[in-house]
Design a protein around this ligand. Sequence first.
Ligand code: PGA
Length: 251
Amino acid sequence: MNRIVAGNWKMHLGPQAGYDLAVALANRIPDLQGIEVVVAPPFISLAAVRQGLQGSHIKLAAQNVFWEKQGAFTGEVSAAMLREAGCQYVIIGHSERRQLFGETDVGVNRKVCAALNNGLVPIVCVGETLAERDGGETAAVLERQVTRALLALTTDDIKRLVFAYEPVWAIGTGRAANVQMAVEVAVAIRDLVKGLFPDSDSIPVLYGGSVNPENAAQFASRPEISGALVGGASLQADAFTEIVRAFYKER
Ligand code: PGA
Protein backbone atom coordinates (compact mmCIF):
# COMPACT_ATOMS: atom_id res chain seq x y z
CA MET A 1 0.00 0.00 0.00
CA ASN A 2 1.40 3.42 -0.92
CA ARG A 3 1.92 5.86 1.88
CA ILE A 4 0.44 9.32 1.44
CA VAL A 5 1.79 12.66 2.57
CA ALA A 6 -0.73 15.41 1.89
CA GLY A 7 -0.35 19.14 2.45
CA ASN A 8 -3.50 21.00 3.47
CA TRP A 9 -2.79 24.63 2.61
CA LYS A 10 -6.07 25.79 4.18
CA MET A 11 -6.86 29.45 3.35
CA HIS A 12 -3.29 30.30 2.40
CA LEU A 13 -1.60 31.08 -0.92
CA GLY A 14 -3.47 32.65 -3.81
CA PRO A 15 -2.72 31.66 -7.41
CA GLN A 16 0.70 33.34 -7.66
CA ALA A 17 2.06 32.22 -4.30
CA GLY A 18 0.50 28.79 -4.84
CA TYR A 19 2.19 28.46 -8.21
CA ASP A 20 5.54 29.42 -6.67
CA LEU A 21 5.24 26.80 -3.91
CA ALA A 22 4.13 24.17 -6.43
CA VAL A 23 7.22 24.83 -8.57
CA ALA A 24 9.47 24.70 -5.49
CA LEU A 25 7.96 21.35 -4.45
CA ALA A 26 8.14 19.97 -7.98
CA ASN A 27 11.86 20.81 -8.01
CA ARG A 28 12.56 19.29 -4.62
CA ILE A 29 10.42 16.14 -4.54
CA PRO A 30 11.29 13.44 -7.08
CA ASP A 31 9.08 10.46 -7.87
CA LEU A 32 9.46 8.39 -4.70
CA GLN A 33 8.52 4.74 -4.97
CA GLY A 34 5.78 3.86 -2.52
CA ILE A 35 4.92 7.44 -1.56
CA GLU A 36 2.08 9.51 -2.91
CA VAL A 37 2.58 13.25 -2.41
CA VAL A 38 -0.52 15.44 -2.52
CA VAL A 39 -1.17 19.16 -2.11
CA ALA A 40 -4.53 20.78 -1.37
CA PRO A 41 -4.56 24.48 -2.24
CA PRO A 42 -7.62 26.73 -2.00
CA PHE A 43 -10.07 26.33 -4.93
CA ILE A 44 -8.97 29.62 -6.48
CA SER A 45 -5.37 28.40 -6.75
CA LEU A 46 -6.01 24.91 -8.16
CA ALA A 47 -5.37 25.86 -11.80
CA ALA A 48 -2.15 27.73 -11.05
CA VAL A 49 -0.87 24.97 -8.77
CA ARG A 50 -1.70 22.36 -11.39
CA GLN A 51 0.49 24.29 -13.82
CA GLY A 52 3.29 24.60 -11.30
CA LEU A 53 3.23 20.85 -10.65
CA GLN A 54 3.45 19.90 -14.31
CA GLY A 55 6.07 17.26 -14.95
CA SER A 56 6.17 16.20 -11.28
CA HIS A 57 4.40 13.26 -9.61
CA ILE A 58 2.74 15.43 -7.00
CA LYS A 59 -1.04 15.10 -7.03
CA LEU A 60 -3.70 17.73 -6.59
CA ALA A 61 -6.46 17.74 -3.96
CA ALA A 62 -9.29 20.09 -3.04
CA GLN A 63 -10.12 20.99 0.55
CA ASN A 64 -13.87 20.56 0.20
CA VAL A 65 -16.59 19.61 -2.29
CA PHE A 66 -20.37 19.94 -2.54
CA TRP A 67 -22.45 16.84 -3.21
CA GLU A 68 -24.82 18.18 -5.89
CA LYS A 69 -23.80 17.96 -9.55
CA GLN A 70 -24.66 21.55 -10.48
CA GLY A 71 -27.32 24.17 -9.90
CA ALA A 72 -28.23 27.15 -7.77
CA PHE A 73 -25.75 26.53 -4.93
CA THR A 74 -23.95 29.84 -4.58
CA GLY A 75 -20.36 29.47 -3.48
CA GLU A 76 -20.14 25.71 -3.91
CA VAL A 77 -18.00 23.51 -6.19
CA SER A 78 -18.98 20.05 -7.46
CA ALA A 79 -16.90 16.88 -7.62
CA ALA A 80 -17.04 16.87 -11.43
CA MET A 81 -15.65 20.41 -11.47
CA LEU A 82 -12.78 19.33 -9.22
CA ARG A 83 -11.98 16.44 -11.54
CA GLU A 84 -11.97 18.80 -14.48
CA ALA A 85 -9.59 21.08 -12.56
CA GLY A 86 -7.17 18.17 -12.20
CA CYS A 87 -7.91 16.98 -8.66
CA GLN A 88 -7.48 13.33 -7.78
CA TYR A 89 -8.17 13.69 -4.06
CA VAL A 90 -10.50 15.75 -1.89
CA ILE A 91 -10.31 16.42 1.85
CA ILE A 92 -13.73 15.90 3.42
CA GLY A 93 -14.96 16.64 6.93
CA HIS A 94 -11.93 18.54 8.18
CA SER A 95 -12.53 19.59 11.80
CA GLU A 96 -12.36 23.25 10.81
CA ARG A 97 -15.29 22.65 8.47
CA ARG A 98 -17.16 20.71 11.13
CA GLN A 99 -16.52 23.33 13.82
CA LEU A 100 -16.65 26.61 11.90
CA PHE A 101 -18.95 25.84 8.96
CA GLY A 102 -21.54 23.50 10.42
CA GLU A 103 -20.45 20.38 8.54
CA THR A 104 -22.37 17.35 9.80
CA ASP A 105 -21.78 13.60 9.57
CA VAL A 106 -24.65 13.42 7.08
CA GLY A 107 -23.05 16.09 4.90
CA VAL A 108 -19.70 14.32 5.11
CA ASN A 109 -21.34 11.11 3.89
CA ARG A 110 -22.97 12.87 0.94
CA LYS A 111 -19.68 14.46 -0.01
CA VAL A 112 -17.87 11.12 0.23
CA CYS A 113 -20.45 9.56 -2.13
CA ALA A 114 -20.17 12.46 -4.60
CA ALA A 115 -16.38 12.26 -4.57
CA LEU A 116 -16.36 8.50 -5.19
CA ASN A 117 -18.97 8.77 -7.94
CA ASN A 118 -16.70 11.19 -9.73
CA GLY A 119 -13.46 9.28 -9.37
CA LEU A 120 -11.99 11.40 -6.57
CA VAL A 121 -10.32 9.75 -3.58
CA PRO A 122 -11.87 11.17 -0.39
CA ILE A 123 -9.51 11.89 2.49
CA VAL A 124 -12.04 11.73 5.31
CA CYS A 125 -11.00 13.55 8.47
CA VAL A 126 -12.13 12.31 11.86
CA GLY A 127 -11.01 13.15 15.37
CA GLU A 128 -12.09 14.04 18.86
CA THR A 129 -11.94 17.38 20.68
CA LEU A 130 -9.99 17.76 23.91
CA ALA A 131 -13.19 17.72 25.96
CA GLU A 132 -14.24 14.48 24.27
CA ARG A 133 -10.84 12.87 24.92
CA ASP A 134 -10.82 14.01 28.55
CA GLY A 135 -14.38 12.75 28.91
CA GLY A 136 -13.37 9.29 27.70
CA GLU A 137 -15.49 9.64 24.58
CA THR A 138 -12.79 9.25 21.93
CA ALA A 139 -13.81 5.77 20.82
CA ALA A 140 -17.50 6.65 20.63
CA VAL A 141 -16.87 9.86 18.67
CA LEU A 142 -14.65 8.06 16.18
CA GLU A 143 -17.10 5.24 15.78
CA ARG A 144 -19.89 7.70 15.05
CA GLN A 145 -17.84 9.74 12.58
CA VAL A 146 -16.44 6.72 10.74
CA THR A 147 -19.70 4.78 10.59
CA ARG A 148 -21.72 7.73 9.36
CA ALA A 149 -19.12 8.76 6.79
CA LEU A 150 -19.37 5.32 5.21
CA LEU A 151 -23.15 4.94 5.11
CA ALA A 152 -24.42 3.31 1.89
CA LEU A 153 -20.92 2.66 0.54
CA THR A 154 -19.83 -0.65 -0.99
CA THR A 155 -16.73 -2.74 -0.40
CA ASP A 156 -15.52 -1.52 -3.77
CA ASP A 157 -15.84 2.10 -2.63
CA ILE A 158 -13.72 1.38 0.43
CA LYS A 159 -10.78 0.53 -1.84
CA ARG A 160 -10.67 4.16 -2.92
CA LEU A 161 -10.97 5.87 0.42
CA VAL A 162 -8.47 7.27 2.91
CA PHE A 163 -9.04 8.28 6.53
CA ALA A 164 -7.08 10.93 8.38
CA TYR A 165 -7.08 10.83 12.16
CA GLU A 166 -6.79 14.41 13.29
CA PRO A 167 -7.36 15.01 17.00
CA VAL A 168 -8.86 18.49 17.08
CA TRP A 169 -6.64 19.54 20.00
CA ALA A 170 -3.52 18.77 17.95
CA ILE A 171 -4.40 20.85 14.89
CA GLY A 172 -2.44 24.07 14.54
CA THR A 173 -1.48 23.98 18.21
CA GLY A 174 2.08 22.71 17.94
CA ARG A 175 0.96 19.90 20.24
CA ALA A 176 1.01 16.69 18.20
CA ALA A 177 -0.58 13.53 19.56
CA ASN A 178 1.96 11.11 20.93
CA VAL A 179 2.78 8.37 18.51
CA GLN A 180 1.26 5.58 20.58
CA MET A 181 -2.04 7.45 20.72
CA ALA A 182 -2.03 7.97 16.95
CA VAL A 183 -1.21 4.30 16.38
CA GLU A 184 -4.01 3.13 18.67
CA VAL A 185 -6.59 5.27 16.91
CA ALA A 186 -5.34 4.33 13.44
CA VAL A 187 -5.73 0.66 14.35
CA ALA A 188 -9.17 1.30 15.85
CA ILE A 189 -10.36 3.08 12.69
CA ARG A 190 -9.05 0.27 10.51
CA ASP A 191 -10.79 -2.32 12.70
CA LEU A 192 -14.03 -0.36 12.60
CA VAL A 193 -13.99 -0.27 8.81
CA LYS A 194 -13.14 -3.96 8.65
CA GLY A 195 -16.10 -4.64 10.94
CA LEU A 196 -18.41 -2.71 8.66
CA PHE A 197 -16.95 -4.14 5.44
CA PRO A 198 -15.53 -7.58 6.28
CA ASP A 199 -14.39 -8.18 2.69
CA SER A 200 -12.49 -4.92 2.37
CA ASP A 201 -8.71 -4.62 2.40
CA SER A 202 -7.09 -2.70 5.18
CA ILE A 203 -7.58 1.01 4.52
CA PRO A 204 -4.99 3.78 4.80
CA VAL A 205 -5.19 5.93 7.92
CA LEU A 206 -3.07 9.09 7.97
CA TYR A 207 -2.18 11.08 11.06
CA GLY A 208 -2.67 14.86 11.12
CA GLY A 209 -2.13 17.53 13.74
CA SER A 210 1.10 19.53 14.17
CA VAL A 211 3.21 17.19 12.04
CA ASN A 212 6.56 18.88 11.37
CA PRO A 213 10.06 17.91 10.18
CA GLU A 214 11.12 17.23 13.79
CA ASN A 215 8.38 14.76 14.71
CA ALA A 216 7.60 13.24 11.29
CA ALA A 217 10.05 10.34 11.62
CA GLN A 218 8.33 9.10 14.80
CA PHE A 219 5.01 8.80 13.02
CA ALA A 220 6.65 7.48 9.87
CA SER A 221 8.40 4.70 11.80
CA ARG A 222 5.06 3.07 12.63
CA PRO A 223 3.59 0.90 9.86
CA GLU A 224 0.09 1.36 11.34
CA ILE A 225 0.24 5.02 10.26
CA SER A 226 -0.14 5.27 6.49
CA GLY A 227 1.09 8.83 6.09
CA ALA A 228 0.42 12.38 7.20
CA LEU A 229 -1.98 15.23 6.61
CA VAL A 230 0.12 18.32 7.17
CA GLY A 231 -1.20 21.84 7.68
CA GLY A 232 1.18 24.62 8.74
CA ALA A 233 4.40 22.84 7.78
CA SER A 234 3.10 22.16 4.26
CA LEU A 235 3.35 25.88 3.43
CA GLN A 236 7.14 25.76 3.41
CA ALA A 237 8.82 23.83 0.61
CA ASP A 238 11.76 22.64 2.71
CA ALA A 239 9.69 21.56 5.71
CA PHE A 240 7.15 19.68 3.60
CA THR A 241 9.92 18.01 1.60
CA GLU A 242 11.58 16.84 4.82
CA ILE A 243 8.32 15.33 6.04
CA VAL A 244 7.87 13.52 2.72
CA ARG A 245 11.43 12.19 3.00
CA ALA A 246 10.82 10.97 6.54
CA PHE A 247 7.88 8.85 5.35
CA TYR A 248 9.88 7.63 2.37
CA LYS A 249 12.86 6.58 4.52
CA GLU A 250 10.75 4.73 7.06
CA ARG A 251 8.34 3.11 4.61
P1 PGA B 1 -1.51 21.42 11.33
O1 PGA B 1 -2.88 21.13 10.56
O2 PGA B 1 -0.45 20.53 10.73
O3 PGA B 1 -1.23 22.89 11.08
O4 PGA B 1 -1.72 21.12 12.77
C1 PGA B 1 -3.23 19.82 10.18
C2 PGA B 1 -4.58 19.82 9.50
O5 PGA B 1 -5.45 20.59 9.92
O6 PGA B 1 -4.80 19.09 8.51
